[in-house]
Design a protein around this ligand. Structure first.
Ligand SMILES: C[S@@+](CC[C@H](N)C(=O)[O-])C[C@H]1O[C@@H](n2cnc3c(N)ncnc32)[C@H](O)[C@@H]1O
Length: 243
């Protein structure tokens, strides 16, 4: 799927997005709960980059837990970002957030972040090279030893069908309409790159991160954290690009 088509899909879903996934909150909450522990060592005034921030769920969770952190939400779908702004405003967090409508490569400024989240975003990039480039762009925006937390749908080929069946059962139980379930299943087959966990980890590592640590799995959702570590990509970027 072309980026413009994907943006259009999220634009259309924005208003109902949180409501639609509300009953799957136990999964997200488990992920955010672990994320909190992964990010706990960050400085008290950490700057966090949220790539594909959507309606702001992970950003708001972290914002509540760490009241002095500052967030930059990067989101190509204007409608998703509008919902994100509203939610952030309702939380009284607007003075701690910047919003960028667009992709990461067009985010202005040279700020270096302590950490980044990229939740359920890279899976939409079918081309592995381009998917790696997204992770490399994130690495380029982080400080040395900066942390990435990334989550995507992922499965071993041998367990994918069984997990998918359980996942669809869960959606049925979460009041997702049968039409929507069918559209989601179709999208998983052609528009979402559901790779084995080791392959996703390899893409992250190929982007300049240290070996990613798998820290969460619930059904098809897997999450990893990784440090920029010894490859100080960001300093190369600030010097005008790596050679
Ligand atoms: C499935 S939603 C997840 C939103 C949020 N991270 C969450 O977990 O609730 C994926 C979001 O990523 C955005 N997105 C898609 N491709 C992107 C890209 N290449 N860079 C940044 N964001 C992207 C979409 O517009 C959408 O809002």
């Amino acid at each position: 799927m072309q980026p413009e088509e994907l943006k259009e899909i999220f634009d259309q879903q924005a208003e109902s997005y949180d409501q639609q996934w509300a009953k799957m909150a136990p999964i997200n909450n488990g992920l955010y709960f672990l994320l909190e522990s992964v990010f706990a060592p960050l400085p008290e005034t950490a700057r966090i980059l949220c790539v594909g921030a959507g309606t702001g769920k992970e950003l708001i969770y972290l914002g509540r837990k760490f009241p002095h952190w500052h967030f930059t939400a990067v989101e190509p779908s204007g409608a998703m970002l509008t919902v994100c702004r509203q939610r952030v405003d309702e939380e009284g967090m607007t003075n701690r957030c910047d919003f960028h409508e667009g992709y990461l490569d067009s985010l202005p400024g040279q700020e270096s972040y302590d950490a980044a989240t990229c939740f359920l975003v890279s899976q939409f990039i079918l081309d592995k090279q381009i998917r790696t480039e997204l992770f490399a762009e994130i690495a380029g925006r982080l400080k040395p030893d900066g942390l990435l937390a990334s989550a995507d749908l992922s499965a071993e080929p041998g367990s994918f069908e069984a997990l998918l069946q359980a996942w669809m059962n869960m959606m049925a139980g979460a009041d997702i309409s049968i039409e929507k379930q069918n559209r989601i299943k179709e999208a998983y087959a052609k528009d979402v790159a559901i790779l084995p966990p080791d392959s996703v980890a390899s893409l992250i590592q190929a982007a300049g991160f240290d070996a990613p640590v798998p820290f969460f799995q619930a059904g098809l959702i897997h999450a990893w954290f990784a440090k920029t570590g010894s490859k100080i990509v960001n300093q190369d970027r600030e010097k005008g690009g790596a050679d």
